[in-house]
Design a protein around this ligand. Structure first.
Ligand code: UDP
Ligand code: MG
Length: 315
């Protein structure tokens, strides 16, 4: 009998956890030929998430949980869940019912057909603001163009993967994880199926515009060094332009003599070049910060509590 682990990152999800569990249980019961396990990761919630998980674990021994010492973010929660998983297939799912449980049988079917991964993508973005949709679309266009990975627009972390693919993902040990990129970077055959965007069953989204913006910058810098090239290219063109302008100024001075007025042009050029220099430093800084955080080799998460028995090496 093949086993499927369902990894569920949870951050302050007390309002939806029971609804989620009941909905999944229905699907689990309809697939008796598979052995299911839940791995709930409580990402440092400060509501009743952990006690709800403990209750679920009491009445259902399929329920495993890991509780972090503080909030480490969804990326860390997913990594912890994958690391503790041992099933032949692993499913990553949000706890807020935005990923339809009814898709699980179809996903399993595709894996049985030979795909290594079956992922869901949101067919539409109803419910998201216009500005957010606009920037999200830009993000995917730009990132897919300049990076070595291809991330389908609308694809999230909702996906079922084979053990082979999970092991490949775990082998990428970077501390600052950008899963959308990592999933794509490891390769493997992926089948995409669409689902409709629905409102979360309760509670609130943990994202705001600023968080998403900095997540986008992280995504770009994690999988592309193109921004560094932008700095060089800008520098090159500005140098060429400056050289031509320099010759023009020298000739003008030789022919027409010294021309004192010129305050406006000097200020404009100074500001422009200054802006470019600061921008370039900023781009460099993004990468240096990434190196800095990686070389410290801090653990991706710290576990405070779990009901999973010591099996594989834990981080
Ligand atoms: N999540 C998490 N840690 C965080 C933020 C979110 O584990 O720091 C979980 C959250 O509980 C949910 C999933 O990640 O199961 C998606 O979060 P959310 O619904 O807030 O994101 P959205 O659907 O709005 O993109
Ligand atoms: Mg959600």
């Amino acid at each position: 009998m093949k086993s499927i682990d369902i990894v569920v990152p949870c951050y302050n999800e007390s309002q939806v956890l029971n609804i989620f569990y009941n909905a999944i249980e229905e699907v689990v019961l309809s697939m008796p030929t598979y052995k299911f396990n839940y791995i709930f990761v409580d990402d440092g919630s400060y509501d009743d998430t952990l006690s709800i998980l403990k209750n679920l674990a009491k009445k259902d021994n399929k329920v495993k949980y890991i509780s972090f010492s503080r909030n480490f973010g969804k990326e860390s929660a997913m990594y912890a869940g994958l690391k503790q998983s041992s099933g032949d297939m692993v499913l990553i799912m949000d706890s807020d019912m935005q990923n339809p449980p009814s898709m699980i049988p179809t996903m399993v079917k595709y894996i049985e057909e030979g795909y290594d991964c079956c992922g869901g993508y949101r067919a539409d973005r109803t419910g998201d603001g216009k500005l957010r949709t606009f920037f999200t679309n830009r993000f995917y266009k730009i990132t897919n163009k300049i990076s070595e990975v291809n991330m389908p627009n609308g694809a999230g972390d909702f996906r079922l993967m084979t053990r082979k693919m999970v092991d490949a993902i775990l082998a990428l040990s970077e501390v600052q994880r950008f899963s959308k990129g990592i999933f794509s970077w490891v390769g493997f055959n992926t089948k995409w199926i669409s689902f409709e965007n629905v409102e979360r069953a309760g509670g609130v989204s943990k994202w705001n515009f600023f968080k998403l913006f900095s997540y986008a910058i992280d995504g770009i810098t994690a999988f592309s060094t193109f921004p560094l090239k932008i700095a060089s290219i800008l520098g090159f063109f500005i140098s060429c332009f400056s050289f031509i302008y320099l010759i023009y100024i020298i000739l003008k001075t030789l022919i027409f003599g010294i021309d004192v007025p010129g305050y406006a042009s000097i200020i404009t050029i100074n500001l422009f070049i200054g802006g470019i220099i600061i921008l370039s430093c900023g781009i460099l800084g993004e990468y240096i910060a990434k190196i800095y955080l990686e070389v410290k080799k801090r653990p991706i998460y710290i576990m405070a509590e779990t009901n999973i028995e010591e099996n594989n090496d834990k981080k």
